[in-house]
Design a protein around this ligand. Sequence first.
Ligand SMILES: [Zn+2]
Length: 404
Amino acid sequence: MKSIKVLIGLLIIGILAIGGYGFFEFNQINEQEPPIQTITFNQDQIDYTNVTKRYTILGGLIPIERTYLNEETTTIQSDQIQNSLVVQEDALTTITYPDQSVQTFTGSQELGLEENGEYRIEIEMNSADGSTFHYDFLVQVDAKPLISISNLNPVQGELLIIDISNIKMDSLIEVESHFRPSAIIQKDHEARFYLPMAYREVAKSYPLSLMINGESYEYSIEVQPYSFKEVHFTVKPSVVSSTVGNTDAVDQYRATIYPMYETFETEEYWDGNFIAPVEGARISSSFGEMRFVNNSKTATRHAGIDYAIACGTDVVASNAGKVEFAGFLTMIGNTIVIDHGLGLKTFYEHMEDTVIKQGDLVEKGQIIGHVGTTGYSTGCHLHFQGMVKNQSINPEFLYNLDPQ
Ligand SMILES: [Zn+2]
């Protein structure tokens, strides 16, 4: 009898212990927050809206289902077109766009929310034990283009780079300026173009107007004077007639070079600073130099830099690009034109020879020919010129294009 009493006693203690543990375990889980799955939209962590958690107590004997509700809907403000949603791999996301169209996908994603307005995002996740997790939230997108102009106080002959970001795909971008902009190239949510401060234009304030998807953005560019060199010299009339007087040479030059003012590569090949096309040369004529011949009141202007150095010296590509022209022209001799992208071009003239051909892709520093004195030239030198459309830019700015 005594042993039965002991047995019953032990049984009661056992039931109490298990019950107590079970009650304790149940309470523990009840008081916990629902097991949150980490969801972030940009940098914000999103609160759940509805979680049904399934679990068991008493070592699997009793199944429990518990639902947690969160009445508040999170609204996130975003001034970005590109937004990042980070969820677990199997999460199913449904986005309702401002126009009420719906898109569904699984896993994390970079979201291009192209139109301003309200987006509803609903995320559903399930776990192996049958628990379900819902996250509903709103994203209010108010994205504006970000416009960066490399310099609002440039000097004559400087090249401006204008970067536009945070714009929707295939945006309509128009530029209104006294200067002729390069081609405008857009990739995804970014666009870029160049604006040359053509050296012949007077130093003053010029308005720049950008029209992006119907919205206008106004700027004022304060062009500062650049001190161009002045050179006075005399030339025999017979020499004049053989150069500018040779209409065939002029016609050939115009027929070949002028069409290149309108062509452009849609790929941007150049990278970092441009480099001088010859090493160790003396600058025999500077950029924009004003040449007063035979006491003339009006100057002819030098549109590039002349590098005087021995014939046969290597000439290298100032930056990476695509060879648009390689050939001989009576006026400027053996000539190479490289398009570095978007119509930013460098010209190499009076060369002894050219060792690359039209259509070649060249690297920065690659040998493209040798210094000569072909065409109308009075000595071994390389005429080097930077162009956007028909506007010359100072190569010195190309050498310092990269702010790093
Ligand atoms: Zn020259």
